[in-house]
Design a protein around this ligand. Structure first.
Ligand code: ME8
Length: 528
């Protein structure tokens, strides 16, 4: 049976404009989704928008619009971003859809049937910006002396009738679950944080509000609107048809991966598994919380005016180089800083001088010296076999890295082989063999083009368009021959005609700078 892989991004609040942070989370999922598809799995990759709650209601009022009209407009921005970034999501969920209201109410009923919901009175601090309740001892004093949430958001005292979820009763069961599922939360530092939060004791959670109306009505409780996080988290079930057991739900649940930013780990790793277990459902298999991007050392915020627009970035540097930079620059899970200098460094060093140079040297030598066709290999020496073996084990290594969301490691492994292949070109110096030993030259170039085929196939999840160009140039047709299964199935066939080589990874030159020197015809462009 085909293995399945169900992965999700957070659903984004529509009151914000999409920025690099949102693009980052979805990109990480896109890379993993593409990898899993090429690896033969049935993939469902979900993203979408979180459209209910007080925060959205307020933003709509500020824009002078009815909430529904407002969310219809701004949700489109996120849908457009996904399309413009070429993300391969299989669905885009909106929490205002009928299918979602139905799922939320079904989940509520399942939790209530288990006796984990009771009616009470909520009195305490609420932050609309965070859509979160904060305990007195979690508050901090702001610069103006006013109490604030630990996130810096304003808090207000609210008192209203409310339904509660018996979260306090789940403390031991959650701790046991973390214990028996050591990989449920990654990275480990986040897991430790969550475990110590839960060990510190859990309060029952207010899960309905009566003072606003923009949300999912609580079933059989007029005037009560579901807490927006219970509503939002349920999207992961809605999208696979819950509660309808004839749809994808029984096959795809539990989800393999919820990818989130570190800001919302508590909701995903504490509340969500408790809600699910209370409803008799399994928690997801993995919650991975990645780090936070800053811009040239500064927090990214609308008020600082330094929000990075992913589309501007890709317009300047190209989509694939931006994908590479974001996934390679920062160990996935850590915080990262966006700097133009490091972006340009990565483009010129890793892409142009590294991978680009490898392709250009090898393909132009084949074009010039092997009649523009895949060369015929003679007997392979041990070091030829060693390089082919390094390329051969890459798939397994990258798979292992991606199954624990170590995206930067996967790329480092790929580039490790790029480096190894470039060194092999230097030491074998095929341009010297042209006269002295043309048979050996053909063998060396065969080994190299076969390595490039591996690298091109494995690059697809990370840089789809660049990988496609590489594969076009080594004459691998679109389709099954580009799947991972084809890697081991067989090498390039000697004599296959190759198209005229073309540059894959151009250098980034600042506007107005002289163009890089062109390689002299017939000589390899770089030998060092
Ligand atoms: O929290 N660096 O939505 P949201 C990295 N609706 N990632 C960032 C980032 C940054 N500077 N800024 C945002 C919500 N993100 C809820 C989620 S899920 C059931 C409901 C990313 O629009 C990161 O993934 O505030 C973070 O968790 C998410 O955007 C927050 O998106």
């Amino acid at each position: 049976m085909t293995q399945r892989y169900y992965l999700t991004t957070p659903i984004y609040y529509v009151n914000d404009v999409p920025h690099i942070g949102h693009a980052y989370t979805t990109l990480a999922c896109d890379v993993i989704a593409r990898f899993m598809r090429l690896d033969g799995r049935e993939v469902k990759f979900l993203t979408g928008t979180d459209e209910h709650g007080q925060k959205v209601e307020k933003s709509a009022a500020a824009a002078g619009m009815a909430p529904k009209e407002f969310v219809d407009r701004v949700s489109q921005n996120f849908r457009d971003l996904a399309a413009q970034m070429g993300y391969s999501n299989d669905d885009f969920i909106r929490t205002t859809e009928a299918r979602h209201i139905r799922a939320c109410q079904a989940l509520w009923r399942a939790i209530a049937a288990n006796g984990d919901i009771y009616l009470g009175h909520y009195e305490g601090w609420y932050s609309v910006r965070d859509e979160a309740f904060w305990a007195e001892d979690e508050l901090v004093a702001g610069a103006d002396g006013k109490k604030r949430a630990p996130t810096g958001a304003d808090v207000e005292w609210v008192r209203e009738p409310s339904y509660f979820f018996r979260l306090s009763a789940w403390q031991d069961r959650l701790l046991k679950f973390y214990d028996t599922h050591p990989d449920f939360i990654l990275p480990e530092s986040r897991r430790n944080e969550v475990v110590s939060f839960v060990k510190g004791g859990l309060h029952d959670l207010s899960i309905s509000r009566t003072t606003f109306s923009w949300g999912v009505p609580v079933p059989d409780a007029p005037g009560h609107i579901m807490y927006v996080w219970l509503d939002a988290l349920t999207n992961y079930l809605t999208a696979i048809g819950y509660p309808d057991t004839t749809l994808e739900f029984p096959r795809l649940w539990p989800a393999d991966l919820h990818m989130v930013g570190k800001d919302i780990i508590r909701f995903h790793a504490v509340y969500w598994p408790a809600f699910l277990m209370a409803a008799g459902l399994e928690p997801p298999r993995r919650v991975f919380a990645h780090g936070w991007w800053t811009n040239e050392g500064q927090k990214i915020s609308k008020s600082l005016g330094n929000v990075i627009d992913p589309l501007m970035l890709t317009a300047e540097f190209g989509l694939d180089p931006v994908r590479y930079f974001l996934m390679r620059e920062v160990p996935f899970g850590n915080d990262g800083d966006f700097s133009r200098a490091s972006m340009i460094d990565r483009i010129n060093n890793d892409l142009a001088n590294g991978f680009g140079n490898l392709c250009q040297r090898v393909l132009s030598m084949i074009a010039a010296n092997c009649g523009g066709a895949v060369p015929t290999a003679g007997t392979l020496a041990d070091h030829d076999k060693a390089l082919l073996a390094s390329a051969g084990v890459l798939l397994a290594d990258i798979r292992t890295a991606l199954l624990s969301q170590q995206i930067h490691i996967a790329l480092a492994q790929l580039w490790g082989v790029v480096g190894e292949a470039n060194r092999y070109v230097d030491t074998e110096a095929p341009w010297k063999l042209k006269k002295s030993d043309p048979g050996r030259m053909a063998t060396v170039l065969y080994v190299l083009i076969e390595v490039i085929r591996h690298l091109g196939v494995l690059l697809q999840p990370f840089m789809p368009a660049s990988a496609a160009k590489i594969l076009d140039q080594v004459a691998i047709p679109v389709g099954a021959a580009r799947s991972f299964a084809a890697l081991a199935a067989g090498g390039l066939v000697a004599g296959t005609p190759l198209p005229k080589p073309q540059g894959i990874f151009p250098r980034h030159e600042p506007p107005g700078a002289p163009a890089a020197a062109k390689p002299v015809k017939g000589k390899p462009p770089l030998q060092g």
